[in-house]
Design a protein around this ligand. Structure first.
Ligand code: FNR
Length: 386
């Protein structure tokens, strides 16, 4: 074992920073506007303290979790993040191999640099029980074809991202537009226009508009090219439409931050909810996902599984989210730091760090399995000193 092997996610992050090109690093690490939410995602975990129970025979710890009847060995999967080949190695293929090797869940981004079919092949086929994330396009035929492809390939669920009717205000991306270097492409796009993936999407173009007039011009020009942005999605239209497109896949709603929307998601037939603020990249100034989690759990618990992502970098963070009622956690950036460190092996190492940390936290708190992780094992930091 090399002695410089990082022992924490923070260690992988520090090395990723030195390995990635400045622009790529900025793209992955940034949030929107003043980045208050991205900071809050992390700091909320620190405000919650642990209340350990002792003397409970923790000689055997079981971290397995079940979603849609499938048992995963470990309650931490990987969130969908775009263009993973930019980070290194074989991008999504390496992440898929690592996730399959560790027996957990991958949600593949529709904006991936690998074909969705190839990702599942790399994971050993449909038995990997991966999910596919989708941004529904205004061109419903296109989205329909993508959904059918995902179903045919063997993805078990479709995670529709609902927090992105327009792009968040990311200063870095506005200053230096991220363009995929050749030969990378957005591999799930249809290939009618081979230059399509090197062109900014309409949403990205709109991010550059400085005035109302410029925005209107960009939208008009796009309309002439047949490009539309999908800011007209609704619960009553979009979710039932998605259900009609698939026979087998579960529908997961990713990006819920309130009890009201959790209820609407369930009423419209969602099979699971992902509490997420897009890693602080969309609306800045929202609560952290840990803060939003309890009100959503109140509505959803016992009806549909609740997953959460945002700011998780330690096994104790996972423990805290589970204690507040999450059924499963996801990490976005930490997997990318592992990928930058050493491809598939690096992602496995990051997952192993989180697994050891979670198992150790469970043992030290007296929880032998995920069901024994309870709210009473948490306390809130007391700033007044008593
Ligand atoms: C994302 N995220 C995201 N979400 C999604 O539904 N589709 C996508 O294509 C992307 N792309 C993407 C790119 C990058 C660079 C990042 C950092 C994030 C959001 C992602 O799924 C997840 O919600 C957050 O990354 C979780 O926060 P942490 O774990 O990164 O703090």
């Amino acid at each position: 074992q090399p002695s410089d092997r990082p022992l924490s996610v923070a260690g992988f992050e520090a090395i990723a920073k030195t390995k990635l090109k400045q622009q790529v690093w900025d793209y992955y690490v940034s949030g929107s506007d003043e980045q208050t939410t991205i900071k809050r995602n992390r700091s909320s975990f620190d405000r919650l303290l642990l209340r350990p129970r002792v003397f409970r025979d923790v000689s055997v710890i079981d971290t397995s979790a079940t979603l849609f009847g499938r048992k995963y060995l470990f309650p931490v999967g990987v969130s969908p993040s775009a263009m993973q080949k930019l980070v290194g190695g074989e991008g999504e293929l390496d992440v898929a191999r690592a996730i399959a090797a560790r027996g957990t869940l991958m949600i593949l981004s529709s904006n991936s640099t690998s074909k969705l079919e190839d990702v599942l092949d790399a994971a050993g086929g449909p038995d990997a029980s991966f999910w596919f994330q989708i941004y529904i396009s205004q061109d419903r035929e296109k989205s329909s074809r993508l959904i059918k492809r995902a179903e045919k390939a063997g993805y078990k669920a479709l995670a529709v991202t609902v927090d992105t009717p327009v792009l968040g205000n990311r200063y870095n991306e506005r200053k230096t537009q991220l363009v995929l270097p050749k030969p990378l492409t957005l591999a799930n796009l249809e290939d009618n226009d081979p230059t399509a993936s090197s062109k900014p999407s309409l949403n990205r173009e709109l991010l550059q508009a400085l005035t109302r007039e410029e925005a209107a011009q960009i939208q008009d020009a796009a309309k002439k090219r047949g490009l539309l942005n999908a800011s007209d999605l609704t619960w009553h239209e979009t979710i039932p439409w998605m259900k009609q497109q698939t026979n087998k896949m579960k529908i997961v709603v990713k990006g819920v931050m309130t009890a009201e929307d959790a209820l609407l998601a369930i009423q419209h037939g969602a099979d699971a909810i992902v509490v997420s603020n897009h890693g602080g990249r969309q609306l800045d100034g929202v609560a952290s996902t840990l803060e939003a989690l309890p009100e959503i759990v109140d509505v959803a618990k016992g009806r549909v599984p609740v997953l959460m992502d945002g700011g998780i970098t330690r096994g104790s963070d996972v423990f805290k989210a589970l204690a507040l009622g999450a059924d499963f956690c996801l990490v976005g950036r930490p997997a990318l730091w592992g990928l930058a460190y050493d491809g598939q092996k690096g992602v496995e190492m990051v997952l192993d760090v989180l697994e050891r940390e979670l198992t150790r936290t469970m043992a030290l708190c007296g929880a032998r399995n995920l069901q024994e992780i309870e709210k009473g094992m948490l306390g809130v930091e007391r700033r007044d000193g008593f």
